[in-house]
Design a protein around this ligand. Sequence first.
Ligand code: DX5
Ligand code: ZN
Length: 237
Amino acid sequence: MSRDKEEKIQIAASILSADFSRLGEQVTQVLEAGIRWIHVDIMDGHFVPNLSMGSQVVRSLRPIADKFDALLHVHLMVEEPERYLADFVHAGADSVSVHVETCPHLYRAIQEIRALGVRSGVALNPATPLLVLQEILGEIDFVLIMTVEPGFGGQEFIPSSLDKIVRLRRVLTERGLDQVLIAVDGGIHVQTAGPVAEAGATVLVAGSAIFNDHGSIADNLRELRTAIAAHHSNKGE
Ligand code: DX5
Ligand code: ZN
C-alpha cells in the first residue's frame, strides 16, 4: 500500500470504553495525539442489549472537538433512529449513522440526515449482507461495518468480516464510489488493525484498544498506528 493511501486511514476513538469521570480529559488526550474522529455510541437497550448515553454528551464534547477541528461521529444503535436525528445534529454531531436493521425507510432517514447538513452513514450488523446497500450506496458518505455484534466494547473481532470489507471495497471501486468511506467498528486492536486496513477500510473505530488500564492513551494510539504501518510494510507494498 502506498504511503499516500496509508495516510488516508484514520483511527476513530470510540468513547464507550473511556473513563466517564474524566471524559473531557481523555478525549483531549486522544485529540492531542492527532486523532480527528471521535465516535459516540448511542444505545437504547432495545436494538442492542445495553444503554449508553444521549445527546448531552455530544453537546459537551463539541467545544473540545472544535479546539482541534475534529469530527464527532454519532453511531445510533437505537430503534426508530429517525426520532433522534435532529436532536443529535443540533447537539453538534458532524455525521450520523443509522443501522439498516432499524430503518425500513432508509432512504428517507438518509435524506433527513443530509438535509440537516451533516454526513450520513449506514451501519450493518455482522450477519447483514452487503446487498442491502445496493440502492443506497450512491446517497451516503460512509458505511459502518460492524465486526462484532453491537452493544458492548471489548468483544472479539469476527474473522469473516475481513472478506466482507474486501467485497465492499470492490463494489465501491466498480461503481466509482471510492469517496464513500468504509468505517469498521468492533474488535480493532494491534492484531486486527493492519488486516482491516489492508482489506480496504478507511476508518478504524477503536474503543478498548485506546481506553484501557494497560497503557496510556498516547502509547495505545502509537501502538495501533505502528501495527497498521508494519502490516503494510510486511506486505512489501
Ligand atoms: C459496539 C460499539 C463500538 C465499541 C467498540 O457496539 O459500536 O463502537 O465501542 O469497542 P471495541 O473497540 O472495544 O471493540
Ligand atoms: Zn460504534
